[in-house]
Design a protein around this ligand. Structure first.
Ligand code: ADP
Ligand code: ADP
Ligand code: MG
Length: 450
């Protein structure tokens, strides 16, 4: 096994990865920016190297500095976490060039899946149902307008390079097409340095259902069931649960087979997630594949007993999967609440600053993945997610009750958080009845019908 791994990330996911390395007896190297000197991942790792100033571009996105840190500390492998460089193919090149094992998929997988329009095309050819829409991307509004006629309204304009819910717009009619195309395109240029756009039919009131897969370098692929990530604000996940218990075992197997087919179509390696939209008629459509560990991976761990980061490391080392599909048995129900430093009363604007007091919930069935502590100052520079509260329960009802208790126990003083907002979701009648879809927050929390 690897003797030393560098974690090319910060925050809760860096902490999460260091923990598994310790469990496996692997030494760890943390990297940090100047503003993150007091961050807990720096103290938890065996070694830590400052790789530059606070701006991500100069530190967590600086491939040269990160590779130098790995070489200086003689790290044999690198885990990219999520966000930052986790889906950047230049990092894979740099790792290969310097004989550092990249804990993730191959470059070609990122190339294919990083271009969402191209991914759709490959999935169509592999016989995977995709959201009806265009087969090609374009940056030309008039050309897109013509393409849109075939797709029909309402539709969704999406950025081929998009992520984090950005670069997409719903369009209800022809009149608003051109202006929405241009704003989505502008957002994509700024956010992703790419203006290729594609069009999908707008699926009404769908659920976001995604399948976790693991694939080794010998062609073995398994899935670990699904996560329901329908509770979203502005197309970004807020609360996730596993399994999605409106899905029958029969449907689970059916979508699971399709997820395996998608992964096999590109000879995928390592952990990945195939995202689907599931409509009212139980028809499901491929939306995209994420070629990294995801934020919400712990809920799958809690119901399958599989440490996904450990599997990622073993696969990158060249081990064969020792799990078979039959070994994956779903036990109980898990929920994750993303805890964000933001102010729900001020349109969720970020609320960085000093945490005066932090108290973590605990007890049976509770897991907290976070990097915060009392006296820690959240820098304004990075993502506002400061932790994840994950609970396990025998069933959905049990998990909801436990999550309410855990949120009540959790104390974060000094900054604004979305803890109360999460509690409101958990006491909503529709949520309790599991009558949810991706418009839940908009409709139920803001009383907005659009
Ligand atoms: P996941 O799909 O892993 O559950 P998200 O959908 O929230 O997580 O985010 C997708 C990816 O985009 C993650 O790697 C996350 O770090 C990143 N991301 C999320 N929000 C933003 C944002 N506002 N700007 C840039 N990147 C983001
Ligand atoms: P990202 O790369 O930003 O994660 P996705 O393509 O995964 O973007 O879409 C994010 C979310 O946007 C989905 O979970 C869903 O709620 C919504 N969405 C995306 N495409 C459609 C569509 N065609 N119809 C309805 N909702 C959609
Ligand atoms: Mg997505």
């Amino acid at each position: 096994m690897f003797k030393k791994i560098l974690i090319a990330n910060r925050g809760e996911i860096a902490v999460r990865i260091i923990r598994t390395c310790k469990d496996m007896g692997i030494k760890t190297v943390a990297i940090y920016s100047e503003i993150d000197e007091e961050s807990i991942h720096v103290h938890m790792a065996d070694e830590a190297i400052c790789i530059g100033p606070s701006q991500s571009k100069k530190s967590y996105l600086n491939i040269d500095s990160i590779i130098s840190a790995a070489l200086v500390t003689k790290a044999e492998a690198l885990h990219p976490g999520y966000g930052f460089l986790s889906e950047n193919k230049d990092l894979i090149d740099a790792c290969n060039l310097n004989n550092i094992a990249f804990i993730g998929p191959r470059k070609r997988h990122m190339e294919i899946m990083g271009d969402k329009s191209q991914a759709r095309k490959i999935m169509m050819e592999a016989g995977v149902p995709v959201v009806p829409g265009t087969k090609e991307s374009t940056n030309n509004a008039e050309e897109a307008f013509e393409m849109a006629k075939e797709v029909g309204y309402p539709l969704m304009i999406k950025a081929s390079s998009g992520g984090g819910g950005r670069g997409m717009r719903i369009v209800y009619n022809e009149e608003e097409f051109i202006s929405k195309f241009n704003t989505a395109k502008a957002e994509s240029l700024v956010g992703f340095n790419d203006d290729a756009m594609y069009i999908e039919k707008y699926i009404e009131n769908p659920r976001h259902v995604e399948f976790q897969i693991l694939a080794d370098t010998y062609g073995n692929v398994i899935h670990l069931g699904e996560r329901d990530c329908s509770i979203q604000r502005r197309n970004q996940k807020v609360l996730e649960e596993a399994p999605c218990n409106i899905i029958s075992q029969e449907l689970r197997e059916k979508i699971g087979e399709v997820a395996l087919k998608a992964a096999k179509a590109v000879a995928y390696v390592n952990a990945g997630t195939i995202e689907f939209l599931l409509d009212k008629h139980n028809d499901f459509y491929f939306m995209e594949m994420n070629t990294r560990i995801q934020v919400e991976h712990p809920i799958t761990e809690q119901i399958t007993g599989v440490d996904l980061v450990k599997e990622q490391i073993k696969i990158a080392y060249g081990d064969k999967l020792d799990l078979t599909q039959e070994d994956i048995v779903i036990n109980g129900h898990a929920i994750e609440c993303r805890i964000n430093a933001e102010d729900p009363d001020k349109n969720f604007r970020p609320s960085p600053g000093k945490i005066e007091t932090y108290f973590a919930p605990g007890g049976y069935g509770i897991r907290v993945d976070t990097h915060i502590y009392s006296d820690y100052t959240i820098p304004p520079t990075y993502d506002s997610m400061i932790g994840k509260l994950i609970v396990w329960g025998q069933d959905r009802k049990d998990a909801i009750e436990r999550m309410k208790r855990a949120l009540d126990e959790m104390v974060i003083i000094g900054i604004k958080t979305n803890i109360d907002f999460q509690k409101q979701i958990l006491s909503n009648e529709k949520f309790l009845e599991n009558k949810i879809d991706t418009s839940f927050i908009e409709k139920e929390m803001f009383n907005n019908d659009n």
